[in-house]
Design a protein around this ligand. Structure first.
Ligand SMILES: Nc1ncnc2c1ncn2[C@@H]1O[C@H](COP(=O)(O)OP(=O)(O)OP(=O)(O)O)[C@@H](O)[C@H]1O
Ligand SMILES: O=C(O)c1ccc[n+]([C@@H]2O[C@H](COP(=O)([O-])O)[C@@H](O)[C@H]2O)c1
Length: 204
């Protein structure tokens, strides 16, 4: 069993996230991609963050109808920062025979060395890193330079069409009353409108 684990803040989930998950599923032949919304993202300001319930419900809508995509709420129930190493240890204990793949964008890979127990993360899971527009390039030589040959083998670079979408920009658009149509699934757009998330002053 090859299990993809995709941690993020997902405030809100957008098509950049969904394309990343689908491309990793296909290219790595994953049996399942598990979206794990962070309760308290370690390197992010919690101020203004939507509550975990709403972020997870948006993920439910975005992944509905795709049996390969699953939402895992474990980090929302945990007290304290959502450290990835804890999540990977829990999942490995539950499914010892599964090969774990942790999915992320290039910006996350650039900071992975500053995460809690990064070397242990790479021992427990293969990292699948996907390019993201905005300057941080994904380069095999750079990865080897930072991690050394052995650990670098645990980091796979996945090529896919890059999508210049971020949750920050989507929240800003909602706040400004601008369109987010085709940036997030229609069901997520409706949820944001109904709940008046992100200071929605009248999303068209
Ligand atoms: N458009 C994208 N292309 C590739 N990877 C992405 C994209 N958007 C997010 N990711 C990756 O998905 C993971 C979770 O991202 P996150 O939920 O923080 O979304 P975000 O759009 O970066 O949010 P924010 O703008 O609030 O920081 C991270 O590893 C990030 O690099
Ligand atoms: O474990 C850590 O030290 C750590 C530090 C920063 C980020 N993460 C995880 O990386 C994922 C993406 O984080 P973010 O802030 O880009 O949404 C999310 O699952 C976070 O919990 C994890």
């Amino acid at each position: 069993m090859k299990l993809g684990i995709y941690g993020g803040t997902f405030d809100p989930v957008h098509f950049g996230h969904l394309l990343l998950a689908e491309q990793c599923r296909e290219q790595l032949e994953l049996d399942e991609v598990r979206f794990v919304p962070a309760g308290d993202p370690p390197h992010k300001d919690r101020l203004g963050l939507s509550d975990g319930k709403a972020r997870a419900e948006m993920l439910d809508f975005a992944t509905a109808g795709n049996p390969d995509f699953v939402v895992d709420r474990r980090e929302l129930k945990r007290v304290g920062p959502s450290y990835t190493i804890e999540t990977l240890r829990e999942i490995k204990a539950e499914q010892p025979d599964a090969s774990l793949y942790f999915l992320m964008g290039a910006d996350s890979l650039a900071y992975l060395a500053a995460w809690r127990e990064p070397q242990e993360i790479l021992k427990l899971a293969t990292v699948a890193a996907v390019g993201r527009p905005g300057g941080i390039s994904l380069d095999r030589d750079k990865v080897k330079q930072v991690w050394g040959d052995d650990l670098a083998d645990r980091i796979h670079i996945i090529n896919m069409p890059q999508i210049d979408l971020s949750a920050t920009d989507i929240r800003r658009r909602v706040r400004d009353g601008r369109s987010i149509r085709y940036m997030v699934p229609a069901s997520v757009e409706a949820y944001i409108g109904d709940r008046e998330l992100f200071g929605n002053g009248g999303n068209p």
